[in-house]
Ligand binder design. Structure first.
Ligand SMILES: C[S@@+](CC[C@H](N)C(=O)[O-])C[C@H]1O[C@@H](n2cnc3c(N)ncnc32)[C@H](O)[C@@H]1O
Length: 323
């Protein structure tokens, strides 16, 4: 099955940004209390920033590569770089700046409608906090995986399903003893620079993991491995991006796990953290109950679950006697 590149809705967000940026640049500064005054400049500056960010979100990859020097590098203290792209990392703060500017314009133009601008300001506070939460995910000193009973032995062969630039692969390697990891990804996510492959190779080199991790390009809905190939698996912040393909991805991981093997699944679910990031859109995320249903549907047993860094995790086991 060929799934579409993740986050294809980025162009819609970009379009919204273009319109909002235009309003900030050309409409709000012309309002009666602002016209010709210094604060109007603030609106124009925020507007230009929003337009630039939107164009960046639209831009094809080669444009991103040409502006590589502009990228805010998400470097870890130890030199790892997990490459969250400039546009996605800053999206919540851009949204916060935009709604605050609109709220200010509303207050100036329609002071009696203060409940509306007050609500908008609160929305901006939410996005400010969401942006802080998002930025923390680019570092390795914010634990990328919870501590759970996952491995079967010191020699496990583990699948990192959707490894990206290797944040989860590196975390996994710390507890793996003498086992090894297969790091699989499509390497085409727009929000990781270059899709992540070059960064992954560099991070593995820095960590001295070149001989214990094998990189495998592939799609989670059609894994290039035989049945029962892996002792255990991890998939963090991947399957929640997969829309209607979630079940297919879970079923594939179930297939390639040996009976008794476990999957550590980490996903965004509706809650305060995701509300801060995506506001009402966070309610569109699959709920914990939905994930439990999906996992059960493909044959997994739920062994453990909990909340971690505002995400939900579950330890899912392929039963010894698979139905
Ligand atoms: C948010 S990143 C997470 C990377 C890493 N697991 C981490 O937590 O840092 C999601 C990754 O899933 C990958 N991905 C999404 N859909 C996929 C699919 N159908 N097959 C393989 N990889 C996929 C993307 O390419 C991206 O690298």
């Amino acid at each position: 099955m060929n799934t579409k590149a993740v986050h294809s809705h980025a162009s819609l967000v970009g379009l919204f940004g273009l319109v909002t940026g235009g309003v900030l640049c050309f409409v709000l500064p012309e309002l009666e209390p602002l016209a010709g005054r210094a604060p109007a400049v603030v609106f124009r500056v925020v507007g230009v920033a929003v337009v630039a960010w939107s164009l960046y979100s639209f831009a094809p990859r080669w444009v991103g590569r040409r502006f590589e020097w502009l990228r805010i590098r998400a470097r870890d203290d130890r030199g790892y770089d997990f490459g969250w792209s400039w546009a996605s990392l800053n999206a919540p703060w851009m949204a916060a700046g935009t709604v605050w500017a609109v709220a200010l314009g509303l207050q100036l133009e329609l002071p009696s409608a203060w409940p509306a601008w007050f609500a908008l300001s609160l929305l901006g506070v939410g996005w400010l906090l969401g942006g802080m939460a998002l930025r923390s995910t680019r570092r390795l000193d914010v634990a990328p995986l919870p501590l759970v009973d996952l491995l079967r032995s010191d020699h496990d062969l583990v699948l990192d399903a959707g490894c990206g630039a290797g944040r989860t692969t590196l975390a996994l390697s710390k507890v793996l003893g003498r086992g090894s990891i297969v790091a699989l990804d499509r390497f085409d996510a727009y929000y990781i620079d270059g899709g992540g492959r070059a960064l992954l190779e560099r991070n593995l080199r820095l960590a001295g993991l070149g001989d214990r991790v094998r990189i495998e390009p592939g799609d989670l809905t059609a894994l290039p491995f035989p049945d029962g190939h892996f002792d255990s698996a991890v998939s963090a912040h991947v399957i929640d991006h997969m829309k209607q393909h979630k079940e297919a991805a879970l079923a594939e991981i179930h297939r390639v796990l040996a009976p008794g093997g476990r999957l550590l699944l980490v996903v965004w679910v509706p809650g305060w953290t995701t509300f801060a990031l995506a506001n009402v859109f966070s309610f569109l995320l699959t709920s914990k109950a939905g994930w439990r249903r999906l996992a059960k549907g493909v044959g997994f047993d739920l062994r453990d679950e909990g909340t971690f860094n505002g995400n939900w995790f579950a330890v899912l086991e392929r039963p010894l006697a698979t139905p």
